[in-house]
Design a protein. Structure first.
Ligand SMILES: [Zn+2]
Length: 366
């Protein structure tokens, strides 16, 4: 196992889709290129492109709505809605709710209709979703395995059904966190879905086959075929607007976005991943499997943006990444999938990569 930390940020090489050059991760390389290097992004040009896109969408005079945004009620989704309502588009926001929302998450979600968008909450078939969650957690150590697919696919399928021409997605994680070289990638594709929503070959179709779940009950989790997908424009908002947690937070706050009073468990920020509980299990498992958690993600972002230095980033990672998960985040989940606490922690242990965790414990970031 070739374990090392990026020389610029604090991301370990065990991160999935981690690519590097001379021990500098591609996310850092990309960050430099797009801000100062040869591939410096012309944000004024991108804004023009956005305005042209809006014009073309308005021209389509779609029957009900102009755009779909998948929303959690988090600051990023509120910022996405903001960019569209400012252009006077008729927005349909779609929230996928499996029943694990936090109180603050519900409060923030309720801001969306008040902003001037329409909101529908989609509650997936919980008989099916419960099976999916249980299998994903027990066999793959990731309760969110198929949920990421559903969050991306369902709004796109809805847009096609209602003849809504635009789907305004969040950040392109391939570019922002994995340093995908193609910075002009602005649309959702099957390849992107395979790599960054699904887990490689474990598409919803393959999952349904493998675990004998009728695929017609899982179609909502899957992207439509290419021909269908091309009927709409599913684009990443981070292509048009510089992706920044801080900027999005500022926008969201204008609409009354609520943060926690203290930091959110597993990181030092108080406004990130606060809308539902299962994500905390996903993030904690990420730490046990790959040696980095939510605090690392946030410290890397702050480091790249020059808000903190590397020493400070290391301190934050050491303090927050390894914080043990508390009952508040797993109790509803284990009750729902029908396992006890002992089995829950047994599964966490099963997926812990001790080799990585032992290295992480040595605190050697060089
Ligand atoms: Zn890096």
């Amino acid at each position: 196992m070739n374990f090392f930390y990026c020389k610029k940020c604090v991301m370990p090489s065990t991160k999935p889709n981690f690519n590097s050059l001379n021990k500098i991760c591609n996310a850092c390389n990309f960050h430099i290129e797009k801000n100062k290097g040869k591939k410096k992004i012309d944000w004024v040009g991108r804004k023009k492109e956005f305005l042209n896109l809006i014009k073309s969408i308005k021209k389509k005079k779609s029957p009900f709505f102009d755009a779909v945004v998948g929303v959690s009620g988090g600051k990023d989704s509120i910022a996405q809605v903001h960019h569209l309502i400012q252009q006077k588009l008729r927005v349909l926001a779609i929230n996928v709710d499996y029943g694990f929302k936090t109180e603050i998450g519900v409060k923030n979600l309720n801001l969306i209709p008040k902003m001037g968008a329409n909101l529908i909450t989609f509650r997936p078939n919980l008989k099916i979703h419960k099976r999916i969650l249980k299998i994903s957690f027990e066999k793959y150590g990731d309760p969110d395995l198929m949920s990421h697919c559903l969050l991306h696919a369902f709004p796109i399928r809805t847009a096609i059904q209602f003849k809504i021409p635009l789907v305004f997605l969040g950040e392109n994680s391939a570019l922002e966190y994995s340093g995908d070289k193609n910075i002009n990638n602005k649309s959702m594709s099957h390849q992107w879905f395979l790599n960054y929503a699904a887990n490689g070959n474990l598409t919803p179709k393959n999952f349904s086959k493998k675990f004998l779940i009728d695929y017609s009950f899982m179609k909502n989790y899957d992207l439509p075929n290419k021909k269908e997908l091309f009927k709409i424009n599913a684009v990443f908002s981070s292509y048009y607007f510089k992706w920044s947690s801080e900027v999005n937070l500022k926008i969201a706050k204008k609409y009354g976005f609520n943060s926690l009073k203290t930091n959110s468990e597993g990181t030092y920020r108080n406004y990130h991943g606060i809308d539902e509980k299962i994500n905390r299990i996903h993030q904690y498992l990420k730490f046990l499997k790959f040696g980095y958690g939510r605090a690392t993600d946030h410290a890397c972002e702050d480091l790249r943006n020059g808000k903190i230095n590397r020493d400070k980033a290391i301190k934050l990672v050491l303090k927050y990444d390894r914080v043990k998960i508390t009952k508040y985040f797993y109790k509803d989940f284990i009750d729902f999938i029908g396992i006890n606490e002992k089995s829950f922690f047994g599964i966490l242990r099963k997926f812990t990569n001790n080799k990585i965790i032992n290295k992480v414990k040595k605190n050697e970031f060089n």
